[in-house]
Write a protein that binds this ligand. Structure first.
Ligand code: PPS
Length: 315
């Protein structure tokens, strides 16, 4: 990054309101109506300015710790299913971490322009990217082109526990329900409403539904992306193989995911695979925490048509 760019970035960060939140080892700032880690502010800005979406791009959007890596792996396997067989030992998902095959836009656009171009040139078509950025802050070309967006979310109780465990590994933190508030309003509901307004543009999925019947959702995603499975492919186990290669146990057990780091923050790859279950939150929440978070969830989602009750009520 040039000295001028560094100065611009510093000035931008200084002009924003700093917030305290547990859900990040980084400082969070109020930026374009969402809480953005300082390290991503310039990248979100750059992405808005420079990213040109292609019509065959796929964007996997999510709030952190809601199943991003799983959906990245599934989307990669699905869009490439005609040219890369998941039955082969050479399938890229067996030798690369999904965050490497499907890079975050915030990662690509964190560097200067030559670096952005270099990283972009390494992504093979059909390109699949990840993003944690809310819909209103995405590059206009993503929203206006014919590229597809898959949004993956998770019941807020498990999302919370997953994030808490993950960030605790990086930095000790207090357990508090505050950031969920922001996640509902800005993140989840933004993509949820767009998925209703433009169902061919945004596919809205819940991690928990996917866990219940992965085969069904793999077929739905393939149809949404315009690359459905033929009957012959289904009979030949193509869908089953995709489900298997992307399963938690399989991915967690791969050497490529057991050691080494990924991304600019050099996150240890093993930290992306913890339990991979729905319902683990019961081991963490006290009755008063359940009451508090249920209230926030219901208040925020009220009238939206979106609900996670089946994943946290009657526990
Ligand atoms: S990140 O850092 O935002 O990219 O994290 P993210 O991938 O969104 O979420 C991590 C949680 O997803 C679980 N995980 C999986 N679940 C099901 N299947 C597969 N293949 C899979 N891979 C990762 C991971 O274990 C984290 O959830 P928890 O509840 O902490 O186990």
């Amino acid at each position: 990054m040039s000295a001028q760019q560094e100065l611009q970035e510093e000035n931008l960060v200084l002009s924003l309101r700093k917030e305290s939140a547990w859900a990040s080892p980084y400082s969070l700032y109020q930026f374009q109506n969402f809480l953005c880690p300082a390290i991503h502010i310039q990248a979100v800005n750059n992405c808005q300015k420079y990213f040109e979406a292609k019509d065959n791009d796929v964007i996997v959007a999510s709030f952190p710790k809601s199943g991003t890596i799983w959906m990245k792996a599934l989307a990669f396997a699905i869009v490439n299913h005609q040219r890369l067989s998941t039955a082969e030992k050479t399938h890229p998902l067996l030798t690369s971490n999904p965050h490497e095959l499907v890079p975050f836009l915030e990662f690509i656009y964190a560097g200067d322009i030559p670096e952005q171009n270099l990283l972009l040139s390494k992504v093979a078509e059909p390109r699949v990217f990840g993003t944690h950025t809310p819909l209103p802050s995405l590059s206009k070309s993503i929203v206006e082109s014919n590229c597809k967006i898959i949004y993956i979310c998770r019941n807020p109780f498990d999302n919370f526990v997953s994030a808490w465990n993950y960030f605790n590994k990086i930095k000790p933190a207090d357990l508090s329900a505050l950031p969920m508030d922001e996640a509902f309003e800005i993140h989840m509901l933004g993509y949820w409403k767009e998925s209703i307004a433009r169902p061919n543009k945004v596919l809205f999925l819940k991690y928990d539904d996917l866990k219940k019947d992965t085969n069904l959702y793999v077929k739905k995603v393939a149809e949404f992306l315009g690359c459905p499975f033929t009957e012959e492919e289904e009979n030949n186990g193509v869908v089953d193989n995709i489900v298997k290669i992307c399963s938690f146990d399989k991915m967690k057990d791969l050497n490529v995911n057991k050691s080494g780091t990924v991304g600019r923050g050099s996150v240890e790859k093993k930290n992306f695979f913890r339990k991979g279950e729905t319902g683990d939150w019961v081991n963490y929440f006290s009755p008063s925490m359940i009451e508090k978070l249920s209230k926030i969830v219901e208040e925020k989602l009220s009238g939206s048509g979106l609900s996670f009750k089946e994943y946290y009520q009657n526990n």
